[in-house]
Design a binder for this molecule. Structure first.
Ligand code: B3K
Ligand code: ZN
Length: 867
């Protein structure tokens, strides 16, 4: 257990190349119960690009040294220094060989970083800085080495021994055996992986565009073998897509994925040997929701795409993390759009960005996409690095056009193959190919915060004028902001809802590139128009425009752009909800005003049920709360519930028929069928919110005879969230049925932890004491604490909620600081809370901070520093 942290800040401005490079690594990992012995042989060579030095620092955390040998000479204790996680050697020649033998204890590793155990198998997680928990090494991404790894373990209990690359030798020694793997591609140590276990394998193959055959092997616990087909399909689709879209081919002869139950993140792109959280690779209609299926497809693709954007071309330092993550998220988003529905994919991605990354960028955790400093890099695997980073790549894609962007990425991959580079190197390629000056554009990487774009328009004597003013509010450590390049895709809708011609050529959509704090554009159009702005969400900004209700109805009904339709619906909901929060209206009146517009959406739901479901979904209580300062979560909850109930009543016959008519008789897993299930679950939710007597019957029928987990869980959710008769029994039945399925039980926990209302905090208290709750399994911890703090504000923001949450943070921090820090982010709204709650919560958080790990301490420090 870590004790109160000493904050050490690392700065981008201090970057220095390493004094020595490691050309090759020979690892021998000897796994025995209780202690694993790691022998490593590093071939060191003085770095020609660094200042000449005969000293070198190696990272190593918690390693018990058995011996250190430099160029054949065993080092005595006085000949090296090992403290604070660093091994310092001096007197190194131009070339040197360091052999270290160390002991580690993976069985005791609950932080799940380095080598650890999950359900009886050994596995690793090295990004960002886990390798230093395995052996001494310059644990930084700009040291690329060839790895040859031998894994040894008991034959019977660990029949499968895996590492990166290709198996080149194997043997037996009595009860034990060993396998040697060789990875021909030099890689940073964060991409190292090892697995030892007894696993089932689904095998298939893929022929690459140049005709090479690649063996695809997906491993999971034996009981989960039937849940690997979807991941395999997704992997093959991703491989094909990357060849067709980017001309990128897979490079090794084997591609492996291993599913593990204990995992801090979603998955990890280790070279040739991805390690996945079970939640991101296992899928079966009976146990996995439709959203789960989509997540598996996108994460499998994401990790695969990293083979080029991340592995072949990697990051020079961790400040450049978005170089690989932002780009790879953009790639997986485009892939998912191609596999499914473009419009739905985009709205889902924007919804996620706006509701999760924007608040991050507007609160105490705000940081640039390329941060200037950090204490723990683990805390920077954020929505800003990933999702905003992807938007920045997307803007470049649109600025260059598909063809130009492809040329630029070809240049990027070819020029930097096998190197560790920077975000600037990436943008340089864009600039070089397009000839466009990207100087100002680069501010997106260095400037934190969400820009606010205020728009006003007027009808002029000769047409229509529209004015844009941009400003970015200050963020911690960055008071002054400069104007950004903001591409605004625009159309003007006439009274019939059709886009009008913007000029003589008949152009009906254009992209305005904003560069200044204020800019006005004129269009020679006649008659009143409704501006359709930021089409496709062309830039990650908050758009302020005083739309009239009629204009929003026009956009929602007619706009051909999926994002603009969704955004119009959100504005209509927010306007109604804001009035209720401020006590300025009655829910019934707001619902009556919304009803005709929503009826139109329902009428057209058959065209694209998933899109209809998105349009009919109210903004969350959290999103509503973010519009009101000081934040009183109880008042927000009341307003939100009132509108939902009123909409439930106002459109009850619609909800009833959607709930009943969308019932399928046969299981289908395509996008349309998934959209129908989503819409039906939503309709049933509204029906229950409106107190309709049929809601419980329909939910129970669905729950009793579901075709798939989306139906079963959707029905359970409605029963539990609306506290309908039969809810308790359904929960019991569900737990009994799925007790052996950890991922399904995660859903059982989270459906209860997310039930809106203060009383849920008592439920959460019971869940934490439930025999199936396990503090050491991140998925389980997230399914209760992450869900409570991240999506149930009315239960979380209570005295009891704060106490329970802070006590839990302490417990988690003692086991797994990365998970504690991640969950602690949910406290980032502290400074917006009304004074009573704020005071209680602040003092509890201060109490935790006093003894927090360095991970948790960095997050709490930032949150508590804000006033
Ligand atoms: N690159 C990994 C993230 C690992 C984070 C470790 N703290 C997953 C991904 O983005 O693909
Ligand atoms: Zn990634």
């Amino acid at each position: 257990m870590e004790t109160a942290h000493a904050a050490v800040t690392t700065r981008l401005a201090d970057y220095q190349p390493p004094a020595y490079l490691v050309d090759s690594v020979k690892l021998d990992v000897d796994i025995r119960d209780g202690v694993t012995t790691v022998t490593s042989e590093l071939a060191l060579r003085r770095n020609p690009d660094a200042a000449v030095s005969d000293a070198m620092t190696f990272n190593g955390e918690g390693l018990v040294i058995r011996s250190l040998t430099l160029d054949g000479k065993v080092l005595g204790e006085g000949e090296y220094r090992y403290d604070n996680g660093e091994l310092l050697l001096s007197g190194l020649a131009e070339q040197a060989t360091l052999v270290s033998v160390v002991d580690i204890e993976p069985e005791k590793n609950t932080a799940l970083e380095g080598l650890y155990m999950s359900n009886g198998m050994y596995c690793t997680q090295c990004e960002a800085q886990g390798f230093r928990h395995i052996t001494f090494f310059p644990d930084r991404p700009d040291v690329l080495s060839r790895f040859r790894t031998t894994v040894r373990a008991d034959k019977q209990r660990y029949p499968l021994l895996l590492s990166n690359g290709n198996p080149v030798a194997q043997g037996e020694e009595g009860e034990r055996h060993w396998v040697t793997w060789e990875d021909p591609f030099p890689k940073p140590c964060y991409l190292f992986a090892l697995v030892a276990g007894d696993l089932a394998c689904l095998e298939d193959s893929f022929t690459t565009m140049s005709g090479r055959e690649v063996a695809l092997r997906l491993y999971a616990e034996h009981r989960d073998l039937d849940k690997l087909d979807h991941a395999m399909e997704s992997l093959k689709n991703a491989m094909r897509w990357d060849e067709e879209t980017y001309g990128r081919e897979y490079d090794l002869d084997i591609y492996m994925i291993v599913a593990v139950s204990h995992f801090n993140m979603g998955a990890m792109e280790n070279k040739g040997l991805n390690i996945f959280n079970t939640s991101c690779v296992l899928a079966h209609p009976a146990t996995t929701t439709d959203a789960g299926f989509q997540r598996v497809e996108s994460v499998v693709a994401h990790e695969y795409f990293h083979n080029w954007s991340g592995n072949r071309v990697t990051c020079r330092d961790w400040f450049q993390l978005s170089l690989k993550e932002g780009f790879t998220v953009f790639r997986d988003q485009m892939f998912s759009a191609d596999m499914n529905s473009d419009a739905v994919q985009r709205v889902n991605d924007v919804d996620f960005l706006v509701n999760h990354q924007f608040p991050e960028d507007q609160g105490p955790m705000a940081h640039p996409v390329r941060p200037a400093e950090f204490q723990k890099i683990d805390n920077f695997y954020t929505l800003t690095i990933y999702e905003k980073g992807a938007e920045i790549v997307r803007m470049q894609y649109h600025l260059l056009g598909a063809e130009g962007f492809r040329k630029a990425t070809d240049l990027y991959f070819e020029r930097f193959d096998g190197q560790a580079v920077t975000c600037d190197d990436f943008v340089d390629c864009m600039q070089e190919v397009s000839g466009r000056d990207m100087t100002q554009f680069r501010r997106w990487y260095s400037q934190a915060g969400t820009p606010i774009l205020s728009v006003s328009d007027e009808q002029t004597a000769d047409g229509y004028a529209i004015t844009f003013r941009q400003h970015t509010p200050p963020t911690p450590g960055q008071a002054d902001k400069a104007p950004l390049v903001i591409p605004v895709r625009l159309a003007l809708l006439g009274q019939d809802g059709e886009p009008v011609a913007l000029d003589d050529s008949g152009l009906r959509e254009t992209v305005l590139i904003l560069e200044d704090a204020e800019q006005t554009f004129h269009f020679p159009v006649s008659g009143p128009v409704t501006p359709s702005l930021l089409r496709g969400f062309s830039a990650p900004v908050v758009l302020e425009f005083d739309y009239g209700t009629d204009q929003l109805a026009t956009l929602l009904a007619h706009d051909s752009d999926g994002y603009c339709r969704w955004s119009a619906a959100q504005r209509l909901y927010f306007t109604a909800l804001d009035r209720l929060v401020l006590g300025k209206g009655r829910a019934e009146d707001e619902a009556a005003a919304l009803a005709p517009v929503l009826e139109q959406v329902i009428e057209r739901a058959g065209e694209d049920p998933a899109q209809a479901a998105l349009l009919l979904t109210l903004p969350t209580e959290i999103a509503l709360g973010d519009r009101h300062t000081p934040l009183d979560p109880a008042a927000i909850h009341v307003a939100h519930q009132a509108l939902k109930r009123a909409l439930g009543v106002a459109l009850q016959s619609r909800w009833l028929s959607l709930s009943e008519n969308l019932l399928a008789t046969e299981l289908e897993m395509d996008g349309v069928a998934m959209g129908r299930r989503q819409l039906r679950n939503l309709a049933l939710d509204y029906l229950a919110a409106g107190g309709h007597p049929e809601a419980a019957r329909i939910a129970i029928e669905l729950f009793e005879l579901p075709l798939c987990m989306s139906e079963e869980l959707g029905a359970l959710r409605v029963l539990v969230h609306h506290r309908l008769a039969g809810a308790e029994q359904a929960l019991e039945q569900f737990a009994h049925k799925w007790v052996e399925e950890a991922l399904v039980m995660d859903q059982w926990f989270s459906v209860q932890a997310s039930a809106p209302g203060e009383v849920t905090i008592d439920v959460v208290e019971r869940l934490l004491a439930h025999p199936a709750f396990d503090w050491k399994v991140p998925n389980r911890v997230r399914s209760v604490l992450g869900v409570l703090a991240g999506s149930n504000p009315s239960a979380f923001n209570t005295d009891k909620g704060y106490r329970l949450f802070t006590d839990a943070l302490r417990t988690v921090d003692g086991l797994n600081p990365q998970i504690a820090a991640r969950i602690a982010n949910a406290a980032a709204r502290l400074h917006r809370l009304e004074p009573g709650r704020q005071q209680v919560f602040r003092s509890l958080l201060q109490g935790v901070n006093a003894s927090a790990s360095s991970n948790l301490g960095e997050v709490l420090g930032r949150i508590l520093a804000e006033n």
